[in-house]
Design a protein around this ligand. Structure first.
Ligand code: AMP
Ligand code: MG
Length: 421
């Protein structure tokens, strides 16, 4: 695996003393988010990825009836021999979905298959391999325990048990679980509606020819992808040139229609000034310098009832600030939850240059070595505009603010992309 270090820092990257730590920025943003309260009922399949609006209580027992955990012979535990063996009369058969309906008396047994309801009068199953079937009879040895190989009704889930908490973002397993309870309709919160646009005179949309000094807008596509995975309704307002009147119009339109407006570009020095004035007029806004790399400048606030996130223009910085700061806010918006990021500690295979004073998120490749041990290596060129590093990587390496250089073999935290939406 190739090993490349994050690009060396330039002085322009050094966070000033007024820069916010990533944790502070995240905390301030989360404090401003009011979760969506409006709920709706959807069909079970449509609930995938949505957030539960009320806790799910079980309307029934799972399993619904006491049943056999094995293929074998059902009998009363009182008929088990203490030593030697016993012979019982074989009076019938119980299959899954086709029970044995008669009463089983002392000295009798029923051949039973896994999942079949335990016949009345029985409480114990002896495995097929541990019994000997004879003509109309079955012989059982000693060493068995009364109640063995039986799953009791309600053993997994009892009537009235809380199965899933309100605010849970529903997974495929949850759909199966709710189906096992017979639930056909689920109350979920409405989807968050998010407006996005890119700013920059130099940007063209895909499908348009590129003029000199122009480049294609990629940020709306990464945002589209991340927001789609989150299950948001997306209002795409396109590319907006650096013209205050046009920016104002798009911001007002987005805010009128969406729970949050996310823009990219226009927050760096030089462009920020008129955007600052504009935002101060139409909303309440702070411009932050955040002690992270990549992704330093960010503006955050409200336009009316809508949240506003002004992300940097650089494509990698957009993804880093989205995952680190915007995603937690949107999860709180749609589900009312504040989830800490999922971080795991592994060994680094490469040297990592790191300047204390800011949290850095180099892109990494997490892989198991031939010895089976999980390790991480830096992957791709690490500039904040080099989107291919995000495409190649499968995790962020998370280097905390006070961390300095790291040597190969030292342990680092990683945040797998698989744990992100
Ligand atoms: P800005 O924050 O507007 O100064 O942009 C910083 C850098 O990111 C510049 O090189 C921009 O050309 C680039 N950039 C800004 N917006 C986008 C976008 N939507 N897609 C791709 N690159 C962008
Ligand atoms: Mg710009």
């Amino acid at each position: 695996m190739s090993s490349q270090n994050p690009s060396p820092s330039t002085n322009a990257d050094v966070p000033g003393p007024d820069a916010l730590s990533i944790e502070e920025a995240r905390g301030r943003i989360l404090a401003e988010v009011k979760p969506i309260a409006m709920a709706q009922k959807v069909a079970l399949r449509d609930a995938l990825g949505r957030s539960l609006a009320e806790s799910v209580m079980s309307p029934l027992n799972v399993p619904s009836h006491t049943n056999s955990a094995m293929d074998g012979f059902a009998l009363s535990g009182l008929d088990l021999p203490e030593d030697g063996s016993a012979e019982l009369e074989l009076i019938g058969e119980a299959l899954a979905g086709h029970g044995y309906h008669g009463e089983v008396s002392a000295g009798q047994s029923v051949r039973i298959m896994t999942g079949a309801a335990m016949p009345s009068g029985t409480d114990t199953v002896v495995m097929q391999e541990q019994a000997q079937e004879l003509e109309g009879r079955v012989r059982i040895g000693s060493g068995h325990r009364r109640g063995q190989n039986v799953r009791r009704a309600g053993e997994d889930i009892g009537v009235g048990d809380r199965v899933l908490d309100s605010g849970r973002i529903l997974t495929p397993a949850d759909l199966g679980l709710m189906a096992s309870l017979g639930l056909a309709e689920i109350a979920v919160f409405r989807r968050p509606r998010i407006a996005i646009f890119s700013t920059g005179d130099e940007l063209r949309s895909v499908g348009e020819p590129l003029g000199e000094g122009e480049l294609y807008d990629s940020n709306r596509y990464t945002l589209f992808g991340m927001l789609t995975r989150l299950g948001a309704d997306i209002l795409d307002l396109g590319v907006v040139p650096d013209v205050p009147e046009l920016l104002e119009e798009s911001l007002r339109r987005g805010a009128a229609d969406a729970d949050a407006v996310i823009t990219t570009g226009g927050v760096s020095v030089g462009e920020a000034d008129y955007v600052k004035d504009l935002l101060a007029r139409i909303g309440t806004m702070s411009f932050w310098r955040i002690a992270i790399k990549p992704g330093r400048p960010l503006s955050f606030g409200h336009i009316g009832d809508s949240l506003f996130f002004g992300l940097p223009g650089n494509p990698v910085a957009v993804m880093v600030t989205f995952y680190q700061l915007v995603l937690p806010a949107l999860v709180k918006l749609m589900a009312g939850r504040e989830d800490p990021p999922l971080l795991i500690e592994v060994e680094a295979t490469c040297r990592l240059r790191k300047r204390p004073g800011r949290t850095e998120f180099p892109r990494g490749m997490l892989a198991r070595g031939e010895d089976g041990v999980l390790r991480v290596d830096v992957i791709g060129r690490q500039g904040s505009g080099v989107l291919s590093s995000m495409s190649l990587a499968n995790c962020f390496i998370v280097l905390p603010q006070e961390q300095g250089d790291l040597q190969p073999g030292e342990r680092v935290l990683v945040q797998p992309f698989a744990g992100l939406m």
